[in-house]
Design a protein around this ligand. Structure first.
Ligand code: SF4
Length: 322
């Protein structure tokens, strides 16, 4: 456990919404961060794409006040709170004649994360982003900048899709953020991870090597076939399975959304094939017949039993741990 030395306790805006109180405490108390190479590459790609997204916004007609750079940005905001400081730099403030000033943060996402974010929205999918931009907005307003709304600009790294979600600033939310920071600064001992600990958090935590939760938590099996594990391979596989279920749901939602439009504008008009943009849709009627096993069982229960073969398979159910 290595700590760097500088007396003022600091939490960065990009950390303040992390869903683990212990992670915040490590950060505030300057424990050494160990980022894995992949995470560092992901950050680097995000930083490289930020000015690209800003250019796209300008091309879309947004007037942009841009504050380039990461922790070396020109405009660094400091919010003093009891016991320390929250620091950060906003990405940009964008405006169009009819929108007012929207303080934004640019986020790059892979396809899966982008679709989930679009489906669920920032508050549900990534509340830490909302906390982050609240800090920037609070600091910017205090510094005399005009901010009417908050926004997350998401860029899909797979297909360069870009979307903005615009949200309101909440005084109550900012108050909770300040209180969380003050609690973190005041804690003289490492706290528990707390109720916000999300299932993905430990996998993205740069303080894992210092985390007593993980050090004391041994893999356990409680004898009835259930176990608690810290095996990263298993934890990653659980995450993958959960994400695959999210994707299935997203795919179904998207398909239902598309079919509703196509039923109305294509099928109902008697059109069998339509060419639009780079895509061609063909509608084909499919006639299928299905064996009614329920009715057959009723009429011929013995025969049904004679020809029913038992087979075993395993169902993988996955849900958030509470
Ligand atoms: S490893 Fe998990 S529990 Fe420990 S500090 Fe990090 S996020 Fe919190």
């Amino acid at each position: 456990m290595t700590k760097t030395h500088e007396t003022t306790k600091v939490l960065r805006a990009s950390t303040i919404g992390f869903p683990c109180d212990l992670h915040l405490w490590f950060a505030a108390n300057k424990y050494e961060k160990l980022e894995d190479p992949k995470s560092l590459r992901v950050f680097a790609v995000g930083n490289a794409l930020e000015p690209v997204a800003i250019k796209w916004l300008q091309e879309d007609g947004w007037k942009v006040f841009y504050n380039p750079g990461s922790q070396d940005a020109d405009l660094e905001h400091v919010i003093p709170v009891t016991g320390g400081e929250i620091r950060g730099h906003l990405d940009a403030i964008i405006t169009r004649p009819d929108t007012g000033n929207i303080l934004i943060d640019v986020k790059t996402m892979n396809d899966r994360a982008f679709l989930n974010w679009k489906r669920q929205g920032t508050e549900l999918k990534s509340p830490q982003y909302l906390d982050q931009i609240h800090v920037y907005a609070d600091a910017a307003i205090t510094a005399g900048l005009s901010v009417d709304k908050l926004g997350i600009v998401a860029v899909n790294k797979n297909n360069s899709d870009m979307q903005i979600e615009i949200m309101d600033y909440s005084v109550e939310r900012m108050m909770e953020i300040r209180e969380r920071a003050e609690r973190t600064f005041a804690a003289t001992e490492a706290p528990d991870p707390g109720p916000r600990l999300a299932s993905w958090a430990c996998g993205y935590c740069a303080y894992r090597h210092s985390c007593h939760c993980r050090a004391v938590k041994k893999d356990t099996s409680v004898g009835d076939g259930t176990a608690v594990t810290t095996d990263d391979d298993i934890i990653n596989a659980l995450e993958l399975l959960r994400e695959s279920r999210d994707l299935e749901k997203t795919a179904k939602d998207l398909s239902d959304q598309a079919k509703a439009v196509l039923d109305e504008k294509v099928k109902k008009q008697g059109i069998k094939s339509v060419w639009g943009g780079s895509l061609i849709l063909t509608l084909s009627e499919i006639v299928s017949s299905r064996f009614d096993s329920t009715a057959f069982k009723k009429v011929h229960p013995d025969l049904a039993k004679e020809f029913t073969k038992e087979s075993k398979s395993v169902r993988y159910d996955i849900k958030e741990a509470v």
